[in-house]
Ligand binder design. Structure first.
Ligand code: BEZ
Length: 211
């Protein structure tokens, strides 16, 4: 069954490269990103894990824990991490789940049989502090993910969880935001003291409230 936005992130226990975890306990009260890799010792995945590892401080700053999953066994993961560190100029700093039984892959519907009936696709799940799914992404095996885009979405999710705003197309942290339509015009000055700009009654902008 596909995982949808707002669903509770399925819990599981699993062996990882940093020891056994109960996923919900590991998440704690913060945000998390779970992303899948088709196989160990594959080129695109190697660059993705190296990139995510080099960007770990950015995820830490936002209170987001990062974890990867692949259906290969733990010994393969450990060997592959040596290659990732060597080739990507990094030191892996987050866990990779070993999922040889495909428990996690099945719980999160990461195997799409019409793409590949054995390996997982490149799934991404962003999970909020309430353990609910805030974003799902599915990429083909041939396309490495853009981790800057994941940070951008996290910035938007964390902002819109606190303020009555949404973020426009291609928005980046620091740019103007959209005032949600549920906010009455009369309430705008009180809620958005930095000011507002009305383009259409349903399209109102305000400077980013927390910057
Ligand atoms: C890769 O990570 O390079 C990859 C994995 C599975 C299929 C195609 C590419």
């Amino acid at each position: 069954m596909a995982i949808r936005l707002g669903d509770l992130a399925p819990n599981f226990t699993a062996q990882t490269t940093e020891g056994e975890i109960d996923f919900h306990q590991w998440l704690g009260n913060g945000w998390g990103i779970l992303f899948s890799h088709p196989r160990d010792y594959t080129p695109v995945c190697t660059t993705e894990l190296g990139t995510a590892s080099k960007m770990k401080a950015e995820f830490d700053q936002r209170g987001v824990k990062v974890i990867a999953v692949s259906i290969d066994p733990i010994d393969d993961h450990h060997g592959w991490i040596c290659d990732i560190n060597e080739t990507q100029g990094t030191k892996m700093n987050f866990p990779i789940i070993a999922d040889p039984t495909r428990n996690v892959a099945n719980l999160y519907d990461m195997i799409h049989p019409n793409a590949d009936d054995t390996a997982t696709v490149r799934s991404v799940f962003i999970i909020g502090p309430d353990k609910k799914i805030k974003l799902t992404l599915t990429y083909p095996a041939s396309t490495g993910r853009n981790f800057l885009e994941l940070l951008r979405v996290i910035d938007s999710l964390q902002l819109t969880a606190k303020f009555k705003v949404a973020t426009p197309a291609n928005w980046e942290d620091g740019q103007d935001c959209i005032i949600v339509t549920a906010v009455k015009d009369a309430d705008v000055p009180g809620l958005f003291p930095k000011g507002s700009r009305t383009v259409k009654p349903y399209l109102r902008f305000t400077p980013q409230p927390n910057r």
